[in-house]
Design a protein around this ligand. Structure first.
Ligand code: GLN
Length: 195
């Protein structure tokens, strides 16, 4: 079984751990550099990106995560996790940093606040013909993507699922809506790299 981590500083860690476990992965909750070093892939959960950023720096995890990204470790970020994988953010809090790795600019809270949360169906051709039920909760939006970025799904305003190299990110939360295909895709990427 692939051994994958969920960054467990803040956010919907349990939901991701449950989906990954159901799909047969060995799941490690990652809070320290040695835990990160023990996994073949990492999920960055939804939550609050500014808090995860601050805690990652306080726990000396920012540099190890950036190093792992540079080394090609597969990662999957949902919502706040997408923000953390973006090279550039708009409407971050003062001093907010990201790990980076995906050549995109994301606008934080692009769809409005918590009360503007919504669920919709999205076409994601890379996952087949069955649309994805996607939950957007204070979600970010990709407002600009570099030429090396694969856009996997869009809404009229911009991209909401992207991939580049080992990194995958969605503005929405499949771990909440129950669609496991993005996690399966992530585990496939982990497996093909771990052999
Ligand atoms: N708005 C949050 C942020 O800025 C993301 C919300 C979420 O992950 N559901 O990180």
């Amino acid at each position: 079984a692939p051994r994958v981590g969920v960054l467990a500083l803040q956010g919907d860690v349990r939901e991701h751990a449950r989906v990954l476990g159901d799909l047969g992965a060995e799941v490690v909750l990652v809070r320290r550099p040695d835990e990160l070093a023990s996994v073949d892939g990492l999920v960055l959960p939804g939550g609050e990106s500014s808090v995860i950023d601050k805690l990652a720096r306080a726990f000396d995890m920012q540099e190890p995560i950036r190093d792992a990204i540079a080394a090609g470790m597969p990662m999957y970020g949902t919502c706040a996790g997408m923000i953390l994988l973006a090279d550039r953010i708009l409407d971050g809090i003062v001093g907010q940093q990201t790990f980076g790795g995906i050549d995109v600019t994301v606008r934080r809270n692009a769809f409005g606040g918590q009360v503007e949360s919504f669920e919709t169906t999205l076409d994601v051709p890379a996952l087949g013909t069955e649309p994805v039920v996607a939950a957007f909760i204070r979600a970010p939006l990709v407002v600009e993507a570099g030429p090396g970025v694969d856009v996997l799904a869009s809404v009229p305003a911009g991209a909401v699922a992207v991939a580049q190299g080992g990194l995958l990110a969605t503005a929405f939360h499949p771990e909440v809506s129950g669609d496991r295909r993005f996690h399966r895709m992530f585990l496939g990427r982990v497996r093909s790299r771990a052999v």
